[in-house]
Design a protein around this ligand. Structure first.
Ligand SMILES: Nc1ncnc2c1ncn2[C@@H]1O[C@H](COP(=O)(O)OP(=O)(O)O)[C@@H](O)[C@H]1O
Ligand SMILES: [Mg+2]
Length: 304
């Protein structure tokens, strides 16, 4: 076994040890990936990427006895737009929720840039540089684009309030910095001309871009996007895809994307990771996964 596979992430009193990629030991609890189905090579054995920016290992999560994730493992390399695809119910959104801290996993680990972020709150995970986008809620129509962006740049409102009370000069400087950031983000997404518009007056495509903009306000290193082009026409979808590529290339960002639009996945995502039945089935280029019988079976609902 080569030494690069033997990694430790230290928290006092606990040990996370990925020796073979198949077993994770953490404190006293120990669990393994379930036995692979016949013909399915365990994901982690096919795809050892020790240099990955994010390493997700053996995530498990159930809801009221329904197993949404049964040992999902995936890596995201720095500078990629990695896609997570799979049929409805495969566990993609649950994986996103576990990674971003919205729903804590029952087992498994999420390591970002060498640090164990498993089960932290979304705020703490933000602070590590991992942010997920949420759809612009319909109940939020009275905010302008600028206000929406400012709202999401303020990560520690309590601290900000105290600063405003006791150190008003610092608070003003911080507010000015946030406004600058909001302008910068809006211009990156070609939303500069609608900063004063109400969010409910935006087009569908602009709303999608604003969802990305909200995530950018947190100054992340990695962004998780759940269906960034869902519900927009092909021309706009293509434009949004171009913006995502531009952010990856020019702003040094890494993306993990759940998307059903296979034209967009084929165009901008590499690698593509396929989920099925709560686990990650395989990873490859779009052409590799599209021609794989196991992937076709998963989409058709058949067993490999
Ligand atoms: N909050 C929840 N309560 C109950 N069941 C859930 C919940 N979230 C997800 N599930 C179930 O977990 C499975 C995976 O769902 P999900 O992660 O949304 O899949 P995907 O995003 O790939 O469509 C589905 O069977 C779904 O019904
Ligand atoms: Mg989903």
């Amino acid at each position: 076994m080569s030494s690069h596979m033997d990694m430790r992430f230290g928290k006092p009193g606990t040990e996370t040890h990925i020796a073979t990629g198949l077993t994770v030991r953490r404190g006293k609890s120990r669990f393994s990936l379930p036995s692979p189905s016949p013909g399915v090579i365990p994901y982690v054995m096919m795809n050892e990427r020790p240099s990955a920016l994010m390493q997700v290992c053996s995530l498990k999560r159930s809801f009221h006895g329904v197993r949404a994730l049964s040992g999902a493992s995936l890596d995201v390399r720095s500078g990629t737009i990695t896609a997570l695809i799979g049929p409805n119910g495969a566990g993609k959104t649950t994986a996103f929720n576990c990674i971003s801290g919205v729903v804590p996993p029952e087992a498994g680990t999420v390591v970002f840039d060498g640090k164990d972020i498993t089960g932290l709150t979304p705020d703490r995970i933000h602070a590590h540089g991992v942010v997920r986008s949420f759809q612009i809620a319909r109940g939020f129509p009275t905010l302008t684009v600028l206000e929406t962006l400012l709202l999401h740049g303020e990560t520690q409102p309590g601290e900000h309030m105290l600063t405003a009370l006791f150190r008003p000069g610092t608070a003003r400087a911080r507010e000015a910095e946030l406004v600058d950031r909001a302008h910068h983000v809006a211009h990156r997404l070609k939303l500069g001309h609608v900063l004063e518009n109400l969010t409910n007056a935006l087009s569908g495509g602009q709303k999608k871009l604003l969802e990305i903009g909200r995530a950018l306000m947190a100054q992340p290193r990695m962004i998780l996007l759940d269906e960034p082009v869902a519900g927009v026409n092909p021309t706009l979808a293509s434009e949004i895809a171009g913006r995502i590529q531009q952010l990856r290339d020019e702003d040094d960002l890494t993306f993990l994307i759940v998307e059903h639009d296979m034209d967009i996945v084929a165009r901008i995502c590499d690698p593509v990771i396929v989920m099925s039945n709560g686990t990650t089935l395989m990873q490859g280029s779009f052409d590799e996964i599209a021609s794989d019988a196991r992937v076709q079976d998963a989409y058709l609902g058949k067993r490999a």
